[in-house]
Design a protein around this ligand. Sequence first.
Ligand SMILES: Nc1nc2c(ncn2[C@@H]2O[C@H](COP(=O)(O)OP(=O)(O)OP(=O)(O)O)[C@@H](O)[C@H]2O)c(=O)[nH]1
Ligand SMILES: [Mg+2]
Ligand SMILES: [Zn+2]
Length: 372
Amino acid sequence: MAKKKIRVEFRKNRNKPPRANDITVQFQGDAAVAGDAQSGERVRAKGDISRHRTIIQDDTGEPMPSMKDGGESRVGRVLRVQGLLSAVELADGSVVRCGVRRLLKSLLTDERSIVTTGDLVTIRLGDRPDEGTIERVEPRRGVLTRASRRKEHVLVANVDQVVIVMSLVQPEIKIHLIDRYVATAYKGELAPILCLNKADLADAVELQPMIGAYSQMGIPTLLTSARTGQGLPRLRELLADRATVFSGQSGVGKSSLLNAIQPELALRVKTVSEQNQKGRHTTTTAELIKLETGGWVVDTPGVRQLQLWDTRPEEVEMYFREFRPFLAMCGFPDCTHTHETTCEVKAAVRRRHLSERRYMSYLGMFNGLDEE
Ligand SMILES: Nc1nc2c(ncn2[C@@H]2O[C@H](COP(=O)(O)OP(=O)(O)OP(=O)(O)O)[C@@H](O)[C@H]2O)c(=O)[nH]1
Ligand SMILES: [Mg+2]
Ligand SMILES: [Zn+2]
């Protein structure tokens, strides 16, 4: 099934039929091998990427311009992606502007995230030392992903943790969104950190139970203010020597927090005159930034909503980790924890061993995914 789908996509996007013919044959062969190796597995985002990689590595059909030139190959990390060009940093610190190898590019229209911020890539240098071509993308670990127009959008790759930034006010805190973020983090194998910002503007007393609950789940939860510096020493500590992505709605203060942590960054933040313009994103591309404390962070544009990518409703329980001890005790092994009378998760909520608020989030995500 999977290989068929790829073949169709490839043909649809093929723009040079005569030459591409040989590749298609090779492509199908490789896809078949890759497909066999993965049989029994669902077609997942990660699977897609590795299949593409196989194809790219093994293909020898088309003489790429850079190959004809015989440019040197180097490894580096993608700092940001703008359209079809990526800024790639090499080991010596130099930054090379890279296009994407033609075969990869033909897949780009269907697959939004062939190359993304944080990717480790192999490039081939072009005629000029500051230009090159991305030839290969290493398998990703630790990704922040969302569904965007029914496609997978990998916002960032190869990070350890995500700082989920919410503001207490302006914009108002959206608690249901936190649980979506936490689930997205676990799905992408990232450790979540919760950062409740603009603590200088509002009293967080009523939020203390919620803060306690997340902390108890092992999610560091901080009250911060980019303005007064509250909570920043702890945040700085959590970021040191790790790879982190900052994510959250537009205007919550992601860039402001990073500027407060490392002032010389001078990232663009929303100015007073822009503050009434709703829905405008101040940060427009995900950008990788090095930290003085070691490690790096990625500042991202705000996301309005977060749809889990490629998730079946019955998968959602896995991302509510505190449910785990109760799952095995449910009456049915495939209990959905919704209508079942023998459900131990529901019983635990009744007994207040599990948070009702978290359970409502679970239901929302379970049902939301069900409708898709
Ligand atoms: N009072 C107060 N204002 C803050 C704080 N953090 C950020 N702001 C203000 O909130 C506005 C938005 O901040 P940004 O840092 O641009 O927000 P962002 O999350 O990076 O937004 P996008 O880039 O659009 O996703 C700016 O006017 C900041 O000055 C804070 O802790 N306290
Ligand atoms: Mg920003
Ligand atoms: Zn159950």
